[in-house]
Design a protein around this ligand. Sequence first.
Ligand SMILES: Nc1ncnc2c1ncn2[C@@H]1O[C@H](COP(=O)(O)OP(=O)(O)OP(=O)(O)O)[C@@H](O)[C@H]1O
Length: 585
Amino acid sequence: MIASSTSHAPRSALRLLKPFLRDHALRLAAGFAALLIVDLLQVWIPRVIKHAVDALGRPGMTQGGLFLYGALIVGLALVIAVFRYLWRVLLLGFSRVLERDLRERMVERILSLDRTVFFRRTTGDFMALSGNDLASVQLAAGMGLVAFADAVIMSAAALGFMAYIHPTLTAVAVAPMPLLALATRFLSARLHKRFLRVQELFSQLTELARSTFSSIRLYKAYTQEEAQCRRFDALGRSYIRNNLRVALVQGTLFPFAGLTANTSLLLVLLFGGRLTLQGIITTGDFVAFIAYLHLLTWPMMAFGWVANLFQRGLTSLDRIEGLLEERPALRDPARPLPPPRPPVTIELRGLTFAYPGRPEPVLHRVRLAFPAGVTGLAGPTGSGKSTLCQVLARLYPIEDGAYLVNGTDVNLLKVADVRRLIAYVPQDGTLFSDTIAANIALGRPDASREEIEQVARAAAIHEEILAMEHGYDTRIGERGVRLSGGQRQRIALARALLLDRPILLIDDGLSAVDLETERAILRSLTPYLEKRTCLIVSHRVAALADCDRIVVLDRGAVADQGRHEELMERNLFYRTIYLHQTLRH
Ligand SMILES: Nc1ncnc2c1ncn2[C@@H]1O[C@H](COP(=O)(O)OP(=O)(O)OP(=O)(O)O)[C@@H](O)[C@H]1O
C-alpha cells in the first residue's frame, strides 16, 4: 500500500515545491522581509535595556529619562506587532495556498487514474494522504519554514550583539550548542522511521473505519460487531504504541534543548558575572547579554522542533509525490485519430485479456462483432461476462488482440473519445447521496426534467418515483430513503439511457428484478435501442430470448452464438439453463 512512498529518497520530493516557490517568490520575499524586521527590532530591545540600566548608574538620571526608554520599548513592540501580523499573513498564507494547490493536484491525479492503480491503493491510503500527510506538509511549509528562518535570523543577530559585548563570553555561552545540533540530527533520523510507521498505521486505521462503516449492515447480519471492535482495538493500540515511540524521541529532544539552554545560562552567570565584577563589561552589558541568551533559547529549541516538522513534512511530501507520480495504465496515443462518428460498430479480434498483475488470462482469443441491435451475453458464473463488458467499456488496456471501433483500433483513439460512445450499466449500480433526479442526470447535469422522466419511463421506474413523497426530488442514500435493489438498478439504467450514446452495455443490471419485469423492461427498451448497439448480460437466459443474437461465453472463450431458437437446438448449456430457469418460474 505504501510501497511507492518509500521507493525514492525523500529529498527528491522537494522538486514538487520548486515551481510553486517560483510562482510565489514575491510573496515569500515580502514575508521574509517582514520577519527580518521583526527579528532585528526584537534584538534591539536588549540594547535599549542595556542603555537604561547603564543610565541608572549615571548621576542626573531622572524618572522622565527612564520613561523615554520605556516608551521606546513600547514603540518597538508596536512596530513588531504590525510586521508580525504581516509575516503571518504572507508566510502562513503561503502554506495554505500550497496545501490547496497540492490537494487540487492530488484530486486531479486520483480522478485521472484507472482501476489498475486502485487494486494497489486503498481508499484509506487516499484519505490519509489528503488528511494527515497534507497537514504535515502545510505545517512544515508554514510554521516550519517561519520558525527556521526566524531561528536563523534571530540567532545570527543575537550572536552578533553578544559578540559585540564580549566575544570570548559569547564563545563560552554557545559552547554547549553543537551538542544540541548533534543530538537533533541523531534523534530526527530515528524520528523519520518511526513517523513513517505511524503514517502507515493511520492509513490502515482509516481504511478499516471506511470499510466497516460502509458495510455496517453486513457486519451486523453476521454478528461481527465484537470481532470488528477487536480489530479496531488491535490496530488502535498499535497506532498508540507507535505514536508513543515517536513521543519518546520527541520527549528526549525537547528537554535536551532546555538543558543545553540552561547550561549556557550557568556559564554566562559564572564568567559574565566575573567580567562584570572586574569592570570589563558594564552591568547593562551583563543584563543585555542574559536577555540575548534568552532570545537564543528559542532558536535553539526551534532548530530541534523544525527538524521534526521538516522530517514529517518531507516524509509526507514523499508519499504525496508517490501518488502524483502514478500514471494510468490506459493512456492516450501520442497522435490520436479523430473520434469515431455514429453509427458505431464494435468488434473484438482475437482479444486475450488478463487482469493487471494476474498471469492467467480471463478472456481467450475472443472474436466477436457487435452489429446494430441487441446482443445477449450468457455463460456460467466466472466465465468472463463482466470482464468482457469492462474491456468493451474501455476500462482496461488492450495489449493482446484488437478492439476495433468503426474498424479503427482503440489504441489509436483517445480513451475518453471511446468512452464517450458507450453508456455502461455496471453490476452494482452505485447511487449517490443526492436526489433521484440528480442521480439520473449524473452524466448530463443540464438534462431537463422531461428528458429525465422519459428515460425513467423507459427503465420502468417512473411510476415508483412519482409514488415517493418528493417524487424526483426525493433524496436517497444515507440521509434519504432507502431503495430496493431493483429500484437502484433501474435508476442506474435510466442514468445510462440519458447519456444517449450509440453503444449501451448492461452488465446484469437488472438481476434484482423478477424475470418478467426484466423481460418487460428489455422489450420496452426496443424503440430506444433501434439504430444502437446494445450488449446485455444476464444470468437469466430466458430474459435474453428476445435478443437479436445471443453469445455464450465459457471459460473466457466464445462457445457459441446465434438466435434463441438456434441455441435451444444446439447448445446444451443454453438449453439446460433456459429450461431450468423457465420451469422454476
Ligand atoms: N478485478 C479482478 N482482478 C482479477 N481477477 C478478476 C477481477 N475481476 C474478475 N476476475 C476474475 O475473472 C474471472 C471472470 O470474472 P467475471 O466477473 O468477468 O465473470 P462473470 O462471467 O461476469 O461472472 P458472474 O456471472 O459471476 O458475474 C473470474 O475468475 C474472476 O475471479
